[in-house]
Structures are given as C-alpha cells and as structure tokens.
Design a protein around this ligand. Structure first.
Ligand code: HEC
Length: 488
C-alpha cells in the first residue's frame, strides 16, 4: 500500500522500470553472448569495483589511470593495454587471466575476477573496445557512474535498526529530524510520533544544519561511493499514508532545492557562521569547502576549498566573528584556518589520535576539541598560544565522538562511545550534567535553539531527548520506521 503510493511520484515508476530493463539487458548479454557490451553500463562498473582503488587518477599504479576512457587507452608505463577487436593480443585481458605475478588485481589484494566478469571485458575488447556515444572520452567515470545511479525507495518497514548518524531540532523546537536509510525522518518532540519521511539520494545523512529561513542543509552520501551537500525544503506536505507524510527528496525540485557539493566519498560535517553568511562542509576528501551564502542559499558561491588536513575531516566550527574556521580530522589534529589570509593559524596535535569534534569558544580565542583519546581539551589559537593546550577540561570513559554547543545555555555537550552525553560550562569548563539512558554509542548530538533540550542519537537507532537543566528524559524515540523491537 505504502509502496504503490510512494511510487506515484511523477517519473519515479518509469525510472525504476528502466533500471529493471537495464538489469535484464545486462543479464541477457552476459548469458546469451549476443548483446553489445556497453562500456559505461557493463565495463566501467567492473573497473570501478576491482581496479580504481590502485588505478585511480592520483598516483595510479603502473602509471595507468583507469578513471577516464582516454587515460585507460593512453596506457601507463606501457602503451595502450588494449588492441581493439583482439582480446588475445590485449595486455588488459592477459593480466586478468595471468597466473604469475602480473595478475590483476594482484594476488595479495584478493581473488581474480570471476569468469563472468572477465568474459564481459573480453567481449567488450572483441567488439572494438568502444566508448558509448553519450560519454566523453575525457569524462571522469566515477562521475558518469554516479549520474546513472538511481536512489532506491526506502523500506516501508525497516528490518534492521538504522544508526542515528545525524539529528537536529527544527528551528521552532517542535520536531526532531534524523537520518534514516536513504531518507530523512521527522518526529514530533511531544508525542515521539513519526510525521514525515523524505527520501534522499544519500544512503545516510552525517550532518544536518537548519538555515535561519528554515531550509535544511544535509551532508552525507554513500560510504566509498559518493558524497554530497544538499539543501531541502521539508516544510511541505506530501502524500499521507497511515498518518505519515511522504516527500520525494530525490527528484522533486521543490523539496530538494539545490546540490552544493558532489564528491567521491562521504561528506561528514557542516558548520554555519553566527551571522548566517558562511557555510562550511568537510569530509572524506580531506577538504573543507566554504560557501558565501550571504545572498541566499540559492545563490551560494563557493569561496574556497581548504586543503589543510591529511585525512578525513570530521567536524568544523566557525569563530564567533566568522573570520576563522576550526576543524578536526582523522589526521590526529585539530586546526584553525584564517579565512581572509587563507593560511593555517594553529595546529593542535595533543590528542595523538583521531579528533572527532571541535568547537569554538565564545571568546573567539580558544577551541574545544575531543576524540579517540576520550579527553575534552581546550587549546589556544593566536600568537604564542597557537596550537598549545590550555587545559584538559574533562573526559568520558570512551572515545568522544561528537561536540555541540549552545550560547543561550552557555554549554558545551560531548557524546561518546560510553553511551553518555555530558555537558560542560562553556565559560569555565566545569562539568555540569551527565545524560544516561542510551544503550549504544552516541553518534549524534544536538541542542534545541534555546538550549533547554538536548538530544542524542545512538548506533542502534535510539534517540533520547532530555531536559538540559536536570538531565530528565523527556522522550525516547526508536528512529527506524516500522521496526519491531523487543520490549515494545
Ligand atoms: C592492489 C592494487 C591493484 C589493483 C586492485 C589493480 N592493479 Fe593493476 N597494477 C598494479 C600495480 C602495482 C601495477 C604495476 C605493476 C608493474 O609495474 O610491475 C599494475 C599495473 C597494471 C597494468 C599495466 C600498466 C602499465 O602500463 O604498466 C595493467 C594493464 C593493469 N594493472 C590492469 C589492472 C586491471 C584491469 C585491474 C582491475 C581488474 C587492476 N589492474 C587492478 C596494482 C593493482
């Protein structure tokens, strides 16, 4: 029932039928040997899955970049590995079948390709090793494959709990928004009832940020496949089934308003300057992207892409005056960037392991940071104090995975793998309260606008909302739609 209604969005059904048709064509071609092999549909996915890890565009092994048709045909240390029409004379095919050390993928890195896959590549070479008419020989194949990938429709009822990787209160504090599997779900804070489901291209959301006008910015993607930052208007009503409103955040341009970023791996964090004029995002591409959104998110202008970290960027936070951007990374550091001079201002190495969270102190002169070492630390950023620890504020008994802050309540909150959230006085650093009740690692954390409520989301799909002042539980929500959980 839900499915038939859900499919009802314009064009959606057609697309699913088309992708089924493509899948059938693929099966027939590999079984019956009779069809034309398409480079982009049949060959490129095999190369991406089995070869791109070593033959990517950056430092490819054997100098052979396979992520563009042209580069593949250009060859690496040797010439073009393909003799069109002659698989038996093509080195590209030889290496797949080799039993010596020339075998690809190399023995140390896994099994040989299956005979079916080798056959597809072989047939493609036999048919002339051609590229599809609609694909440019110089095109980035990862991008071309992404364009052709279609987001699935989320399950009506989940059979597994979904990790609460991102959550946020709506600006009016009445709803809580969490990430699902290829969707965003909206829950009423007072009743803990599911109100809306907005399907998304991204498999999971890693960060949410509400703009002052109520639009929702979402960062996320598909791990190892793609990453994006998109802007949604989730205020509208969709088709209602069993009291839940379904919105199409994949194809409906009135709901998915804009895509700001398209990368090869997940985007993990977002930050907004306090004047609402600058937006930042960071993730697995190691970069921090900063947009000027002063004339509206529709007119967002990419200002700079900062390459200051050597590994994934986990979190970002603007200074109160919007002039500096703090960030933390899997490269074991927290850093502060001067946005005007485009220079690194401070690097804080003391965590000596992944730094999951960073947050600017209201004085603009210090930053909180926390991570794998379980410690919440404070470091300085100017002059002599740049990158020097001011002090250790406190600790969790597990890794600290998230930091959030709220000016009104004058609090910093940390959430960790010890299943708890703790609050700290943002000025003095004194420990304030511990919030218990979640039964798994805390992956997401948010205050409501006035700081009177704090919410935490866990790996096992639990969300708890507490009163900030006395750590009393206000609501518990199991965020996986339709999942039957023990004890419920
Ligand atoms: C784990 C890493 C790895 C993977 C995965 C891998 N290769 Fe390689 N490949 C290498 C290395 C290393 C070399 C260089 C070998 C040498 O120079 O002796 C190489 C060289 C090659 C060459 C020769 C390039 C030249 O001009 O010298 C071809 C062709 C090739 N690989 C094809 C493939 C194909 C096709 C796949 C996927 C089915 C693949 N490789 C997957 C590591 C890899």
């Amino acid at each position: 029932m839900i499915y038939s209604r859900f499919y009802d969005f314009g064009g959606f059904t057609m697309k699913i039928l088309k992708s089924i048709a493509v899948a059938c064509a693929f099966l027939i071609s590999s079984v019956a040997n009779a069809q034309n092999i398409s480079f982009i549909k049949d060959v490129a996915p095999i190369l991406k899955e089995n070869c791109f890890a070593c033959h990517g565009s950056k430092n490819p092994k054997g100098k052979l970049d396979m992520t563009k048709y042209e580069a593949l045909r250009h060859g690496g240390t040797k010439d073009d590995p393909i003799v069109a029409g002659k698989p038996d004379e093509s080195y590209f095919i030889d290496v797949l079948k080799a039993t010596d050390k020339t075998r690809m993928p190399p023995k140390e890195s896994g099994d040989a390709l299956s005979p079916e896959k080798i056959k597809i590549l072989q047939q493609w070479v036999a048919q002339g090793a051609k590229i599809d008419k609609e694909v440019d020989a110089k095109a980035d194949l990862l991008k071309e494959l992404r364009i052709r990938w279609k987001a699935p429709v989320p399950s009506a009822k989940y059979s597994f709990p979904v990790a609460a990787t991102a959550l946020a209160f709506s600006p009016d504090g009445k709803k809580i928004v969490v990430g699902g599997h290829h969707e965003i779900t909206v829950w009423d804070v007072d009743t803990a009832k599911l109100e809306k489901r907005i399907n998304t291209r991204a498999r999971r959301a890693m960060a949410f940020l509400f703009l002052p006008d109520g639009k929702l910015v979402v960062a996320g993607g598909r791990p190892g496949e793609e990453g994006d930052v998109r802007v949604y208007d989730i205020s509208g009503a969709g088709k209602i089934t069993d009291g839940v409103s379904f919105l199409d955040g994949v194809d409906d341009k009135k709901i998915m308003l804009k895509q700001l970023l398209d990368t090869d791996d997940e985007v993990l964090c977002l930050a907004l300057s306090s004047d609402g004029k600058k937006l930042a995002a960071g993730g697995c591409d190691r970069l921090l992207h900063v947009w000027d959104i002063g004339s509206g998110i529709e007119n967002a202008k990419l200002e700079q892409s900062i390459e200051n970290h050597a590994d994934w960027v986990f979190s970002a936070s603007f200074s109160p005056d919007g002039k500096f951007l703090a960030s933390s990374s899997r490269d074991k550091t927290a850093k502060v960037w001067n946005l005007a001079s485009k220079e690194s201002l401070a690097t804080f190495p003391d965590h000596q392991n992944s730094v999951y969270g960073v947050f600017f102190k209201a004085d603009g002169k210090n930053c909180y940071s926390a991570g794998d070492d379980k410690q919440l630390r404070l470091f300085g950023l100017d002059g002599e104090r740049a990158g020097k620890q001011v002090r250790v504020i406190g600790a969790h008994t597990g890794q600290i995975l998230k930091i959030a802050g709220n000016d009104k309540a004058n609090l910093i909150a940390t959430g960790g793998s010890d299943n708890t959230i703790k609050t700290w006085n943002a000025e003095s650093g004194a420990a304030v309260k511990t919030f218990a009740g979640l039964t798994d690692q805390v992956l997401s954390l948010a205050f409501n606008k006035d700081g009177s409520l704090v919410a935490g989301g866990a790996w096992n799909g639990e969300v708890i909302i507490w009163k900030t002042a006395d750590a009393v539980v206000v609501k518990k929500i199991a965020i996986s739609p339709g999942l039957q959980t023990a004890g419920k």
